[in-house]
Design a protein around this ligand. Structure first.
Ligand code: ADP
Length: 419
């Protein structure tokens, strides 16, 4: 293993595994820390569900993953979080990055969530989502991590007691040596975390090359695009093609959506216009979870006889706010995730092997409920979302989609790709 990755949610892990695979690194994603030895691979991505848990727990889980990756030969550690820097003032990006730096006996790392292919760019430390500042994007209404400040130096500054600095675009555009020089200067000034500006893939390639000596890199999947080439140049890995087609899973396909992100809402609407679709009613769920889940399973069993079906909790911001006001933000999230996980388990027992899941937290809950331990990464369905096939028996074909990823027809495209 050359690169050991720790991802703070499941779709983020898949996104990173997809990037590394497409750039020719043999990558396996594990769900949590594997019980046995490390899989044979150039890179292993340990998927945690640590984005929104209490910071101390996120730190403990990330450290355990880091120790396991190092014990299995990882030369470099990558801490992966969302390209919209999903976090709160309590964490978990700052506390986890600080703990990993201490663990690796290092005093400097970068923080670069840029992902130009999906419209996430950073300029002067400000994160943009498409043409909008992060704070003006739909992320300001995220159910768990509302992002209302686009200045990442400030955002990360509230999550760590150490100094946060910036590698501005005027250095990044000059290429890898200038970026490495900027790192050295910031580190000498006592900066421990450097936000790095990036506007396009070429910038990320240069940042990757400049970062090859850092014990720890933190960022979105985008900043990983420069790593495979630098490992090849150092003769650490062989050249290989991108992802191979996966073994077919067959059988009926289901879409389960717990994401309330704008892109998902559009995908739900598009898919529901042409396929059977059923909303999960949070009030009914709170009143009688058993009955709600078994009613939905019965509905799905009937619909799946003739084709794919969608079950969703996804709702627009005003509905989400009302549910959160009634049950509390975390309780509402947990209740819905738990229900979707139980639906996935019930559907799997009924023979469903193809699942498209929308939502990072939601994907984590589903994959755990299916007892999946590791994923083989297949061809890309949409930027940041590959087709995956679980190891073990039975094998599930999975598309795990982070909230804002994918075009309006993503659900249909994903079901087709998983056939
Ligand atoms: P994303 O990838 O879009 O961030 P996640 O699955 O990570 O999606 O997070 C969405 C959260 O919102 C989950 O905890 C989910 O259970 C919760 N949620 C889903 N539907 C609703 C709803 N109608 N009301 C309140 N919370 C909801």
């Amino acid at each position: 293993m050359i690169l050991g990755c720790i991802a703070d949610d499941f779709t983020g892990a898949t996104d990173l595994a997809n990037t590394l695979t497409r750039r020719g690194m043999h990558t396996v994603q594990t769900i949590g820390i594997p019980k046995g030895g490390a899989p044979e691979a150039d890179a292993v991505v340990v998927a945690l569900k640590s984005r929104t848990i209490p910071a101390a727990e996120a730190v403990a889980q990330s450290l355990a993953a880091c120790r396991w990756l190092k014990a299995n030969g990882a030369r470099q550690i990558f801490f992966k979080y969302c390209s919209t820097f999903d976090s709160t003032d309590e964490g978990n990006i700052g506390p986890v990055a600080d703990a990993l730096l201490d663990e690796l006996q290092s005093g400097f790392t970068i923080a670069c969530p840029a992902f130009p292919e999906n419209g996430r760019t950073i300029y002067m430390g400000h994160l943009f989502v498409g043409g909008d500042l992060l704070s003006d994007s739909t992320m300001r209404n995220h159910p768990l991590t509302p992002m209302r400040d686009s200045n990442l130096v400030r955002v990360l500054g509230r999550q760590t007691k150490h100094r946060v600095g910036l590698v501005p675009y005027r250095a990044v555009r000059l290429g890898a040596p200038a970026i490495a020089e900027a790192y050295a200067k910031l580190e000498a000034e006592g900066v421990r975390h450097a936000i790095v500006d990036a506007l396009e893939d070429r910038d990320l390639e240069n940042i990757g090359a400049a970062s090859s000596a850092l014990p720890l890199i933190t960022g979105g999947s985008g900043v990983a695009i420069g790593l495979p080439d630098s490992y090849r140049l150092a003769r650490l890995i062989r050249r290989r093609e991108g992802a191979a087609a996966l073994t077919k899973a067959g059988g009926p396909g289901v879409v389960l959506s717990g994401s309330c992100s704008a892109a998902t809402l559009a995908q739900v609407e598009r898919f529901a216009a042409k396929h059977p679709a059923m909303a999960i009613d949070p009030a009914a769920l709170a009143a009688d979870p058993e009955k709600t889940v078994s009613d939905l399973l019965r509905w799905a069993a009937e619909k799946l006889k003739t084709g794919p079906a969608l079950i969703y909790a996804s709702a627009p911001p005003e509905k989400v706010s009302a549910i959160q006001a009634q049950f509390g933000r975390e309780k509402a999230g947990e209740m819905i995730e738990h229900a979707i996980a139980r639906l996935a388990g019930g559907l799997a027992s009924a023979g469903v092997r193809r699942f498209v899941i929308a939502g990072g937290e939601t994907s984590g809950a589903v994959v755990s409920a299916l007892g999946v331990e590791a994923l083989e990464i297949g061809p890309q369905i949409a930027p940041g979302v590959p087709a995956c096939l679980s190891y073990g028996t039975p094998r599930y074909a999975l598309a795990l989609k982070s909230g804002n990823f994918g075009g309006p027809d993503f659900f249909g495209e994903a079901l087709e790709a998983l056939k």
